[in-house]
Design a protein around this ligand. Structure first.
Ligand code: ZN
Ligand code: ZN
Length: 154
């Protein structure tokens, strides 16, 4: 399992392999030492039960989607269709725009789920069974506030 540990101080994402992760890593962003406690389930890629960064046990799953990539497909599609539109080929223009949107949908549907920690936003990718539910705004509000108080951000 690959874990992207989020530094509590500077929010840098630090990728670590859970099966061979050390008990602490140094943040590449701010140089702070980040202690990590991996549970056996994390090490064995069996499931996400406890966050190695903040020790929280509350997670949600979301699609592992890069919004920038989806936007790029649509923007490129819009540019190409704009050229056809300019030359009066508006049917071709519309179909290019439609296929760009379709590509986005297909890409989105095939994405895997990634588990995210509510408190510190660390991410967990691997072959393990996803058990967390989808994102809940109220839970996020409560847990993020609790975590930020704990690390002294608020
Ligand atoms: Zn940092
Ligand atoms: Zn966490």
């Amino acid at each position: 399992m690959i874990v992207v540990a989020k530094c509590p101080k500077c929010d840098a994402g630090l990728p670590v392999d859970a099966s061979e992760a050390p008990s602490a890593i140094k943040c590449g962003g701010c140089g702070r030492d980040l202690p990590l406690t991996f549970s056996p389930a994390l090490r064995g890629d069996a499931g996400v039960d406890r966050c190695p960064v903040c020790q929280g046990a509350d997670f949600y799953v979301r699609k592992d989607f890069d919004p920038k990539l989806g936007l790029t497909v649509v923007v490129i599609g819009a540019l190409i269709s704009g050229v056809f539109y300019w030359f009066g080929r508006d049917i071709i223009a519309y179909s290019i725009l439609a296929s760009a949107a379709l590509i986005d949908l297909v890409v989105y549907g095939r994405l895997k789920d990634v588990t995210v920690c509510y408190r510190c936003h660390s991410e967990f990718r691997g072959a393990y069974q996803r058990t967390a539910s989808s994102f809940d705004l109220h839970t996020a509000d409560v847990l993020e506030l609790e975590y930020e108080r704990k690390i002294g951000r608020r």
